[in-house]
Structure formats: structure tokens, C-alpha cells
Design a protein around this ligand. Structure first.
Ligand code: 2M8
Length: 440
């Protein structure tokens, strides 16, 4: 067998591959997540991508964020997809014709989706600036700051369907973890029939193994929920009255709280008052603990607002509130216990990669997208949380496991949670970007 590469050789090879992947996915003013599966701009992908680009092409990191926020709606929502008008119809489903954003009030001139994704952008902007603070990065922060504030306001005011101060998601796509078992219970109430999908052509299954993607029934429900939101032209006023999917997600809300912490730091750079951001961050953390933490399971769960119950599934979403610096010691300890249990296997030397779902659950599926496989972005968020809460031993174990995945498998979209084999898109941008950040 060839000699095992040294740590330095492994790092150099990984860096080259990551940079080449990001360069190949750069498209004029943004980076596509994948040329085949996701050929437009995605919201939270761009935030992760910017974090990675900061290490090698800081100008592009800012460009990435600016392009995304140039498509922000008048109400402050940052759309989860910004469509590239140069692409032919049918390059992604559901495409611009399906979303029909032009008919919604306050949509930008460019076609977008009408939904959001986890607001990790303020954190990303802060990290990009901190990596290389320059006059240009201060200018970029000045431009972004009011837009990031508007994004927060949209989520905490218009999307506060539960009335407690947390943001509600109106579609599983808004969580970023599309077919996570976390959404099975709330989705079961959405009337849909797999036959609905005969009217459409899925594009994803032409590029990835159908057995590794959401099912046709999942897609029928995804399409039905978009249709309900599109019918009210993406207005949020009447959501509580009957929208088919209304959930408070632990990741979206943890990102919301982490964003206020990041905004407090950004505020000091741009000459704004950090105080209100710190107050809002504290309120979000407190409310998350009160509403989404279950003392019996010792982890965070989504709250289904239609039943006002916590969803029982224990997924990786439950661990991600660890990114909140002000998470109380009791919850930090409980989440660490959950992460280090046989369900997720976090350790200073990890035997297997971090899965996206509880390995011991009967509905754990090692190949199917967000129902088991290991993803770099959720690993990266947990890794940051471990740093924030002073667990360098566990952070080092997780980092090593993530880098080993990419070193062996390449910049795949996700990885088999037992073997580490690469799955999904083989040249996926956030995997490249977050590997670069973990390497630094
Ligand atoms: C996946 O979601 C899109 C829909 O938004 C899809 O399946 O077509 C998710 O993994 C999501 O988190 C990600 O942002 C997107 C692009 O990478 O792909």
C-alpha cells in the first residue's frame, strides 16, 4: 500500500481540493452549491461558503454575501434561493416559474424563492471580517449591517407565529434539513398524495441516487406547502390561521440567537449600539430553553405549533443550540451528554462520523440525505459550539473526524455515517468551504 500521507501533506492536498472545488463552483458573483444538483444561489450555503472563502479569496467572500443580500425582500426576508436568470428552464425543480416571486409584494427584481433558511449570515459576516479585518471589510460590514438587522426583524416579528419571540418555519426546506425525521410528525398532517408529483419532473433524482434523496411522497408534500404559501403571495399575516406546516426549529432559532451575538460585535465595528443585540440574544436563548428544551430527553426538539407539542425525534438539530454562548450550564451539559451518547458518538477520538440523526432510532437511514448521513455544516456548527463552551478535547475529535471524511472521500455533499463513503454531489461547495475553515 502507498505510505500514509503525513498531517502536512494531508492538509495541503485537502486545501488544494477545497480551493479547486470552490473555484469551479464560482459563477460571476456567487458560488453554486453544486453545478448539477443546485445550480443557483442558496442562502445558508452562501454563508458557509463565505466563511471558507475568507481564508483564500476574501473579496469573493464579501461578494457572495452582497449578491445574496441584494435579493433581500422589502420585508427583510432573505430568500433561500436566488435564481440565475441565465440558466435554462428545468435546471432545478422547483424553479422560478413555480415560485412566481414576481407576483409577491416587496420581492426583488431577480426571481427568488419565497422562503428562508437558517440565519447563519451574521455569524458568517463576523467571521469573514475577523479573519482579515481591512478597510474593505469594514465597508462591507457597514453595507450588510442594516440588512442583517432587517433579516432578524423579519424572523422575530413576522415569523413569530407562536407569539413567544421565536421564529417559526413554514416549510421543512427552511430548516435546511429537508427530510429530517424531525419533520415526519408535522408533515404527516399535510394532505398530499405521491400522484401529485406526476405533474412535475424532479431534477434531483437525475443527478443523485433516488434512494439517497427524499421520497416522491416527501416532494408531494413539499410542493403542497409551497403552493399554500404561494397562494397568499408569501404573506405571513395569515399563517396562524391554517398554514399546513408551522414549526419552531432549534437550529433556526439557535442561529437567530447566535446572529444577535455576532451583530453585537459587528455593531461595535460600524458604530452602532451593541446593547439591544445582546438583550435580544439573551431573550432568544431564554425562550429556546423554555420552549424547545425537554428536561426528560435532555435535548432540544422542534415545537409543532399546530399541536403545540415537541416533536419526539432526536436529531442533530437538538445539539446545535450549543452555538449559543449564553446557553445555561445545565443545557450545555445535557446536550454534551446527548452528543457523546451512542446516538451521536461524539468523542475526543471518534469511531465514526457525526450522523444527522440518532443512530439508535429505528428510522435511522444511513444513505438517505438528512435521515442519517454525516454533513460538514452541522458538524462545523457543533464544532464551533464546542469551542464556545470550552471543550477543546471534543472539538479536536470532531474536527479530525470531519477532515478525515473530506481527505478520504473528497468534497462530497454528505457521507455515509459508518463507512465515511462520499454521497450526493461529489463537488459540493460548503463541504469545501468548511473544511478550509476547520483546517485553518
Ligand atoms: C438542500 O435543499 C434543496 C431545497 O432547498 C433541495 O433539496 O433541492 C438542503 O440540503 C439545503 O440545506 C441546502 O441549502 C440546499 C443546497 O445545498 O440543498
Amino acid at each position: 500500500p502507498p505510505p500514509r500521507p503525513t498531517g502536512d501533506e494531508r492538509a495541503a492536498a485537502l486545501r488544494r481540493l477545497a480551493v479547486a472545488t470552490l473555484d469551479a463552483n464560482w459563477e460571476h458573483d456567487h458560488t453554486v452549491p453544486s453545478r448539477t444538483l443546485y445550480p443557483h444561489q442558496w442562502s445558508w450555503d452562501s454563508a458557509f461558503i463565505a466563511v471558507g472563502l475568507a481564508h483564500v479569496r476574501p473579496d469573493r467572500a464579501w461578494r457572495e454575501l452582497r449578491t445574496l443580500f441584494a435579493a433581500q425582500w422589502a420585508d427583510g426576508r432573505v430568500p433561500h434561493i436566488v435564481f440565475n436568470p441565465a440558466l435554462r428552464v428545468g435546471s432545478y425543480f422547483p424553479g422560478p416559474e413555480f415560485w412566481d416571486s414576481a407576483r409577491a409584494d416587496g420581492a426583488p427584481p431577480v426571481a427568488t424563492s419565497g422562503m428562508v433558511q437558517p440565519p447563519v449570515h451574521a455569524l458568517a459576516a463576523w467571521l469573514v471580517h475577523r479573519r482579515a479585518p481591512t478597510e474593505a471589510s469594514v465597508q462591507a460590514l457597514r453595507w450588510l449591517y442594516p440588512r442583517l438587522v432587517a433579516q432578524q426583524r423579519y424572523l422575530t416579528v413576522r415569523r413569530d407565529v407562536g407569539g413567544a419571540g421565536l421564529a417559526c418555519i413554514v416549510h421543512p426546506w427552511e430548516s435546511g434539513l429537508d427530510n429530517s425525521p424531525a419533520w415526519d410528525a408535522p408533515l404527516a398532517a399535510v394532505p398530499a398524495d405521491a400522484a401529485v408529483m406526476r405533474a412535475y419532473r424532479r431534477h434531483d433524482t437525475a443527478h443523485a441516487d433516488a434512494a439517497h434523496r427524499p421520497t416522491d411522497l416527501d416532494y408531494a408534500r413539499y410542493v403542497a406547502i409551497v403552493a399554500a404559501y404561494r397562494a397568499v403571495r408569501y404573506r405571513d399575516g395569515a399563517l396562524a390561521g391554517g398554514h399546513p406546516f408551522l414549526v419552531e426549529c432549534p437550529l433556526v432559532n439557535a442561529a437567530l440567537g447566535a446572529a444577535e451575538h455576532a451583530l453585537a460585535r459587528i455593531a461595535t465595528v460600524v458604530g452602532a449600539d451593541p446593547g439591544p443585540h445582546r438583550d435580544r440574544a439573551a431573550r432568544i436563548t431564554e425562550t429556546m430553553v423554555a420552549r424547545l428544551y425537554d428536561p426528560v430527553t435532555g435535548t432540544f426538539h422542534p415545537r409543532d405549533l399546530r399541536t403545540d407539542r415537541l416533536v419526539p425525534a432526536r436529531t442533530v438539530l437538538g445539539l446545535l443550540p450549543l452555538i449559543l454562548p449564553d446557553l445555561p450550564a445545565r443545557q450545555v451539559q445535557a446536550v454534551l451528554t446527548e452528543a457523546c451518547s451512542a446516538r451521536f458518538g461524539l468523542a475526543a477520538r471518534m469511531a465514526r462520523p457525526l450522523p444527522s440523526h440518532d443512530r439508535t432510532a429505528p428510522d435511522f437511514e444511513p444513505l438517505r440525505y438528512w435521515r442519517g448521513p454525516s454533513w460538514l455544516n452541522t458538524g462545523w456548527l457543533l464544532w464551533r459550539g464546542l469551542g464556545v463552551h470550552h471543550r477543546p478535547d471534543l472539538a479536536a475529535g470532531l474536527r479530525e473526524s470531519m477532515l478525515e471524511l473530506v481527505a478520504r472521500g473528497g468534497c462530497h455533499e454528505y457521507f455515509h455515517p459508518d463507512t465515511g463513503a462520499g454521497l450526493g454531489s461529489p463537488a459540493f461547495s460548503w463541504t469545501a468551504a468548511l473544511a478550509l475553515d476547520a483546517l485553518a
